[in-house]
Design a protein around this ligand. Structure first.
Ligand code: GLU
Length: 510
C-alpha cells in the first residue's frame, strides 16, 4: 500500500454505541495499526434533532475500555482540529456555496408543508415523491427563480436548504474493497439536502465528504448501511473536484441476530439476556441498557469476539490478542455476508480469557470484588484464590460465588451432597481424621495436609472419594470445589477445624 493510511471512526452521538459500531472502530484501528497509519475519531453531531447528551462521553469511554486507541480526535486534538462537526459549520457552508456556484447544487425554498402536500398527492396516485431531476425545475428553488429573486428571499429571511443537483443520467461506477465494482444509475437518485438554514448545519453527506477530504482520509471503513449513500458521495467528490484524492471505501457486513435474519438489535439482547452495548448505558430519560463491561466481560475477550464477527483469519486460530489481530488483519478477509452473533460464543471467549489469565492479573480484579462483599484480601492471597477458581469462571461476576466459601463459613449444607455422603461411617471417619490427623499437624499447609490425609486413608483402608466428599461438605457446604488441601491451607487451621466441628455438631451422626 503506497499511500499514507489515515482512517476515521465517525460516530454520531445519538445514543449508546452498538457493538456493531465498536466493531467498525476496531476494524479501522486494526487497519491503521497494520499499515502504520493514523486513527482518527470524528464526532458527527450535525443532526441536532438526534443529539443525546452523554452519548459522546460514552463513545470515548467505550473505545478506551476496548483498547481502541485514538491518535487524532476530540480529546486528543490534532492537525485538523476541531474534530467535532458542530464546531466546523463555516467550513461546510463555504463548500455548499461553492457547489451552488459551480451549478452542482441549488437553493430550495420549498417548505416542509409544501413537500408534505406533494408527498401525499403522489401517494394518492400510488407513486412515491422524489425531489429529483424530473421535478426540480418545477419546484420553488434557484433553478426556477431568477438570481435576484433568490437573493431577495434569502435576505428577507425565508428558510432555505441547499440541494445537490444529481445528474439526470449518469452511470456511477464505484469500487468497494469488500464488494468490488458497484454501478448505480443516477436517474434513480434524488437531490439530497446538503445544508439547512434552519439550524445552520450541513447534513451528514456534505459534512462527511468535506471532512474526509480535509482530514486526508485514505480509507473509509464503515457499516454496510452506508452503501446506499456511496453514489452520492462519489458524485460529491466529483463535483468538488476531489475525485483524484478521494478515499477508498470498504463497507462492512452487518452483525446479524443469533437466529440469522436481520440486524442484531437491543430487543434481541433483552429477549435472550445478553448485552448489545459495550458499557452499561443510562439514557437521559433513565432507561438502562446492559453492557459487556458491567456484565463481567474482559475487554480483550470482547474485542477478540468482535474481531471474528465479519473477519476470518484464514486459519483455525480463534484466540487473538490485540497485537495478533493487528498482525493478522486485512480487509480482503472481511466477508460480504452478515456475521451471525452468538451469545454462547461471546461467553466462550470470555471463559477462555479468564482461564488463560495470569493469576496476579486476575487476583487484582478479585481484590475489589471481595472487598465489595465486605472482606479484605491482599494481592498474594487473591492471586492464589484466582489460580484455584479461574477454570470454573465464565464471567467476572462468577468469581465471587466461586470463592465465597473461603470468606463465609457454610450457613447450610447442600442437601443432595448431605444425603449422599453424611451417612454410614463417614461422619465418624471425619471425626477421627480431625482429632487424629488434622489437629495434630505441625504445619497446616497444602503438601502437609495432603500427605497426612493420604497416609491416614491408606493406613485405614478408607475410601478416598467418600472421605474427601464428606470433608468437602463440612468445609464448603457444597459438593464441588477446587483442591480441598489448598482450601484448608487458605482457610488456616483454626477456621478449617472450626468448620469441621460445626458440621459434626450440626449434621449429627448421619
Ligand atoms: N456518522 C455516521 C455514523 O453514524 C458515519 C458514517 C461514515 O462512517 O461515513 O455511522
Amino acid at each position: 500500500m503506497k499511500k499514507t493510511v489515515r482512517v476515521r471512526f465517525a460516530p454520531s452521538p445519538t445514543g449508546p454505541l452498538h457493538i456493531g459500531g465498536v466493531r467498525t472502530a476496531l476494524y479501522n484501528y486494526l487497519f491503521a495499526r497494520r499499515h502504520g497509519g493514523t486513527m482518527i475519531l470524528r464526532i458527527e453531531d450535525t443532526d441536532s434533532t438526534r443529539y443525546v447528551p452523554g452519548a459522546e462521553e460514552y463513545i470515548f469511554e467505550a473505545l478506551r475500555w476496548s483498547g481502541i486507541l485514538i491518535d487524532e480526535g476530540v480529546e486528543q486534538g490534532g492537525p485538523h482540529a476541531p474534530y467535532r462537526q458542530s464546531q466546523r459549520r463555516e467550513i461546510y457552508l463555504r463548500y455548499a456555496k461553492q457547489l451552488v456556484a459551480s451549478n452542482n447544487a441549488y437553493y430550495a425554498f420549498d417548505t416542509p408543508q409544501q413537500l408534505e402536500t406533494l408527498r401525499k398527492e403522489c401517494e394518492a396516485r400510488g407513486e412515491s415523491f422524489a425531489y429529483n431531476h424530473a421535478v426540480r425545475e418545477k419546484m420553488d428553488n434557484s433553478l426556477s427563480l431568477s438570481p435576484e429573486q433568490v437573493s431577495e428571499r434569502i435576505e428577507r429571511g425565508d428558510g432555505w436548504v441547499i440541494r445537490f443537483r444529481m445528474p439526470a443520467a449518469e452511470q456511477i461506477c464505484m469500487h468497494d474493497l469488500i464488494r468490488g465494482e458497484v454501478t448505480v444509475d443516477s436517474a434513480t437518485l434524488d437531490d439530497k439536502v446538503l445544508y439547512k438554514s434552519a439550524d445552520n448545519l450541513p447534513t451528514y453527506h456534505l459534512a462527511n465528504i468535506v471532512d474526509d477530504h480535509l482530514m486526508e482520509i485514505s480509507h473509509v471503513i464503515r457499516g454496510e448501511e452506508w452503501l446506499p449513500s456511496l453514489p452520492l458521495h462519489y458524485m460529491l467528490y466529483k463535483a468538488l473536484g476531489w475525485s483524484d484524492t478521494q478515499p477508498e471505501f470498504a463497507h462492512l457486513p452487518l452483525i446479524l441476530k443469533p437466529a440469522g435474519q436481520g440486524k442484531l438489535s437491543k430487543r434481541d439482547g433483552d429477549k435472550m439476556g445478553f448485552p448489545v452495548f459495550p458499557l452499561l448505558w443510562q439514557s437521559p430519560e433513565g432507561e438502562v441498557a446492559r453492557g459487556y463491561r458491567e456484565d463481567g466481560y474482559l475487554p480483550a475477550a470482547f474485542v477478540n469476539m468482535l474481531a471474528l464477527l465479519g473477519w476470518n483469519p484464514g486459519t483455525e486460530q480463534e484466540l487473538f490478542s490485540m497485537e495478533e489481530l493487528i498482525e493478522a488483519f486485512s480487509l480482503e478477509r472481511v466477508g460480504k455476508n452478515g456475521a451471525r452473533f452468538s451469545p454462547d460464543k461471546a461467553r466462550w471467549f470470555n471463559a477462555q480469557y479468564i482461564h488463560h489469565m495470569d493469576d496476579t492479573a486476575l487476583g487484582e480484579l478479585l481484590v475489589p470484588i471481595v472487598r465489595e462483599h465486605g472482606f479484605q484480601v491482599d494481592i498474594a492471597l487473591a492471586s492464589r484464590i484466582a489460580a484455584l477458581i479461574k477454570e470454573r469462571a465464565t464471567l467476572l461476576g462468577d468469581l465471587w460465588e466461586l470463592c465465597r466459601y473461603l470468606f463465609v463459613a457454610p450457613e447450610e449444607y447442600d442437601r443432595a451432597t448431605r444425603e449422599k455422603y453424611w451417612k454410614g461411617d463417614n461422619p465418624a471417619l471425619i471425626a477421627d481424621l480431625t482429632v487424629n490427623v488434622l489437629e495434630r499437624l505441625e504445619s497446616f499447609s497444602t503438601p502437609q495436609i495432603e500427605d497426612a490425609i493420604h497416609h491416614w486413608l491408606e493406613e485405614g483402608g478408607h475410601n478416598m472419594g467418600q472421605v474427601m466428599n464428606t470433608l468437602r461438605l463440612t468445609i464448603t457446604g457444597a459438593n464441588r470445589s477446587p483442591s480441598l488441601y489448598d482450601i484448608c491451607d487458605i482457610l488456616g487451621r483454626d477456621e478449617t477445624l472450626a468448620r469441621i466441628r460445626r458440621a459434626l455438631a450440626t449434621l449429627g451422626e448421619g
